[in-house]
Write a protein that binds this ligand. Structure first.
Ligand code: ATP
Length: 485
């Protein structure tokens, strides 16, 4: 059995072996930091997205969902500040030519230090980043004798900014100025919400406070893309922008901070594996920001961001589009006067769907061994994905391929498949089929045997406990529906 350090590597191999995640374009040796979701991965991802969508839209009367395009007018990204500011400080090693994100380089080094030294270094890093002190960051790297993982030297360039947006050309019309045809692949889904604020508010007759939710692809030319699907160049975000009256943003910031942590717990993430991390250096648009962090196998890292974005985005789009983007609030203030026209403030919740996927899989993956009654050892690899998220809920397994058992199994399959995902299999010994279902994360298996023909009962086996019980075949569907609700 694996120790903690290679458990994560085993999880990555497992994802490939059981149709969860494949390297993109593997046939051509892969494309770095881009991944494809296989037959089981796509379903788990959809289940997570559906849970989030339902919790945001169906469960909140004042939140609606949209689906904006990936391509947007280039001025959107000028207005939002991404053209000028969406960059990270980078440093190159002159010997290996390898480029690093400065914060990642120093954080990785801090991990190798003892407690107090580590804390002091991280504090210094935060302070220098907050002041955009690039010379200070370089000095810190040199003082700490931080070396490149490839060349092992400390021969560094100066620290520079590197924009993370992907550019592409739009349309076939040649222009004298090549810059005219440039569009960006969106680096966040949020701007699609801001530019549709008035459309949604007016057509949906939305009253503040209200939210607009969206899920979709985002693209960032990440320099250090590692840790599997934790940091990708193409990924999916699930974002919600909540529009509030100016002055009430901290109240809503605290509300969403707690609501989102509780949501993560509700889908099966233990609360001791989650924590808040307040930002010291705030982005150009924020007056408060924090991360909800999860303890990944490689340490505590950001899973979701909660940001109080002020009226920055709507004001910027009003300025650049020369249109009025305001809300008329006819509620009365403490003096009995209508609040009138204002630019709403925004509290954002932004979670990466792929990081959430990795969170669930790293919690679910287990390599188990135990001693059987006869004294021999047994083992299995199991994905204990919470039943309501699991890609397949029920495996229907006739004991043998004959004697009328497949017909009974097929009839059960037809009865259940309209209500939840089922999987039918009649090949191999039953023990082998159970192990395969454990590895793929199917929470329930039902076996149809010869006795079923006599008593109309089947054996249901529970993935996590491996316990089995006999239940009437007529109750299978109801029972599974109860267990996954
Ligand atoms: P990080 O500090 O890890 O780069 P960020 O602060 O830039 O993340 P945000 O801009 O707040 O991230 O994006 C919101 C969410 O989108 C993050 O919490 C994360 O879950 C997800 N996300 C951001 N970048 C990536 C990426 N390259 N790959 C996968 N998910 C990402």
């Amino acid at each position: 059995m694996a120790n903690d350090t290679n458990l994560f590597q085993n999880l990555i191999s497992h994802c490939k072996e059981y149709g969860y995640i494949f390297q993109s374009s593997e046939l051509y040796d892969g494309l770095s930091a881009v991944y494809d979701y296989g037959q089981n991965g796509a379903q788990l991802k959809k289940n997570l997205r559906d849970e989030w969508w339902k919790s945001m839209t169906q469960m909140h009367e004042n939140i609606v969902g949209i689906d904006a395009a990936i391509f947007m007018h280039p001025t959107v990204w000028k207005a939002s500040g991404h053209v000028d500011n969406f960059s990270d400080p980078m440093i190159d090693n002159k010997d290996s030519k390898k480029r690093y994100r400065v914060d990642h380089l120093i954080e990785a080094h801090a991990e190798t230090l003892a407690g107090p030294e580590k804390d002091a270094l991280l504090q210094q890093l935060d302070q220098l980043l907050a002041k955009d002190d690039y010379a200070g960051l370089k000095k810190l790297i040199e003082e700490q004798r931080i070396t490149c993982t490839v060349s092992k030297t400390c021969n560094w360039t100066d620290v520079r900014q590197f924009n993370l947006m992907f550019k592409t050309e739009f349309g076939a019309v040649a222009s004298e100025n090549p810059e005219d045809n440039i569009v960006y692949l969106r680096p966040e889904t949020a701007q699609g919400i801001f530019v549709n604020f008035l459309n949604v508010q007016k057509t949906g007759r939305m009253k503040i406070p209200f939210g607009i939710a969206q899920t979709g692809k985002a693209f960032r030319n990440e320099i250090v893309a590692r840790q599997f699907i934790f940091r990708m160049r193409e990924f999916e975000q699930m974002e919600m922008q909540f529009f509030v009256r100016p002055g009430t943003q901290m109240e809503w910031y605290n509300y969403w901070k707690e609501t989102r942590k509780k949501w993560h717990e509700s889908i099966g993430i233990p609360s001791e594996k989650l924590r808040y991390h307040n930002h010291i250096k705030l982005a150009h648009y924020a007056d408060a920001a924090l991360d909800i962090e999860f303890e990944f196998p490689f340490g505590w890292k950001e899973l979701e961001g909660i940001h109080s974005r002020t009226d920055f985005d709507l004001s910027q789009h009003a300025k650049y589009s020369r249109k009025k983007i305001q809300y008329f609030d006819n509620d009365l203030d403490e003096q009995g006067k209508p609040y009138g026209n204002y630019t709403p403030f925004v509290v954002e919740t932004s979670v990466g769907l792929d990081r959430l996927f990795l969170t669930i899989l790293s919690l679910s993956y287990a390599e188990e061994t135990w001693t059987k009654e006869d004294g021999t050892e047994d083992s299995r690899v199991v994905l204990k994905i919470p039943a309501k998220l699991a890609p397949t809920k029920l495996a229907i397994l006739p004991l043998v391929k004959k004697d009328g058992l497949p017909e009974i199994a097929r009839a059960l399959m037809d009865d259940c498949k309209g209500s939840f995902m089922c999987f039918y299999e009649e090949k191999d010994a039953i023990g082998k089929r159970y192990r395969r279902m454990d590895a793929v994360g199917t929470p329930f298996c039902v076996t149809i045997d010869h006795q079923t023909k006599e008593d109309n009962a089947v054996t249901i086996r529970y993935r996590d406990s491996m316990l089995q019980e006999r239940i009437p075949i007529s109750e299978v569907k109801k029972k599974i529906l109860e267990l996954i609700s």
